[in-house]
Design a protein around this ligand. Structure first.
Ligand SMILES: CC(C)(COP(=O)(O)OP(=O)(O)OC[C@H]1O[C@@H](n2cnc3c(N)ncnc32)[C@H](O)[C@@H]1OP(=O)(O)O)[C@@H](O)C(=O)NCCC(=O)NCCS
Length: 218
């Protein structure tokens, strides 16, 4: 690639320069430092910058959100310390989602087939009741299905089916999660793997960096 011919002038940042500049200051003072500013206050600031933030959203320290005007968050969502949200495209986090510490939601990439390293962006959708465990990386265009669990340190390249546990790099489906109706708080994880949801990674595909997860878990 030739970075000398990189041209980002057609990228729509979604907000005027003054607003982006002001956000950089607000982010530095109220988000990206260890001061325990309350989550309600942080939520109000995000709303003032165009984010849609629901009720009872917990926002930890040092959370880095690039463009709040491209962020939608439901009710009862937790964002742990050091979470990163590169919201060059829309990021939607539905209700009752936990995004654990040091996880990163990345909507931006570059076209490696182009000499000019063209920027590519795609939205991310985290559906209700899912858990993005510590240190996971969610890549552009991914949807995390309802009730899914992304195990610690996973790199998610493709959509995760609902109610499935995935792990690894690239993340693959390990098993389906069955939550007992008898208990609203706890959940039971089925140890009996449905083979259709636990494919062995194809070594050839791993070498080529091809993802394994598809919407039906195969
Ligand atoms: C999802 C999670 C809870 C594990 O769930 P689990 O199904 O109970 O898994 P277990 O601990 O019983 O481990 C099952 C197997 O998976 C492996 N494993 C567990 N987590 C793993 C991970 N993140 N990556 C790779 N392998 C993992 C274990 O080594 C074990 O392997 P084995 O069968 O060969 O011994 C755990 O992976 C995780 O992500 N924890 C999150 C921690 C976190 O985010 N903390 C912040 C709180 S918000």
């Amino acid at each position: 690639m030739k970075l000398e011919i990189y041209d980002n002038s057609d990228f729509n940042r979604g907000a005027p320069r003054w607003k982006r500049g002001l956000w950089v200051i607000v982010r530095g003072v109220f988000f990206q430092n260890p001061c325990p500013w309350g989550s309600a206050f942080r939520s109000a600031l995000l709303r003032a910058f165009g984010a849609k933030i629901g009720k009872k959203v917990g926002i930890g320290s040092n959370v880095n959100i690039s463009f709040p005007w491209r962020l939608v968050v439901g009710d009862h969502v937790w964002m742990g310390d050091d979470v990163g949200i590169l919201s060059l495209a829309q990021v939607t986090i539905e209700s009752n989602v936990c995004v654990a510490r040091r996880s990163f939601l990345c909507t931006g990439s570059h076209d490696v087939r182009r000499e000019d390293f063209k920027t590519k962006v795609a939205p991310i959708l985290i559906r209700t009741g899912s858990w993005i465990a510590i240190g996971s990386l969610i890549l552009p265009g991914v949807t995390i299905g309802e009730g899914a669990v992304v195990s610690a340190g996973s790199v998610v390249l493709k959509d995760v089916p609902a109610n499935c546990l995935v792990r690894g790099n690239p993340a693959t489906v390990v098993h389906e999660i069955s939550r007992g109706p008898e208990c609203a708080k706890a959940y039971r994880v089925s140890r009996v793997c449905d083979k259709s949801l636990s494919p062995s990674p194809d070594p050839a595909a791993v070498v080529e960096g091809s993802p394994h997860i598809t919407k039906d878990g195969r």
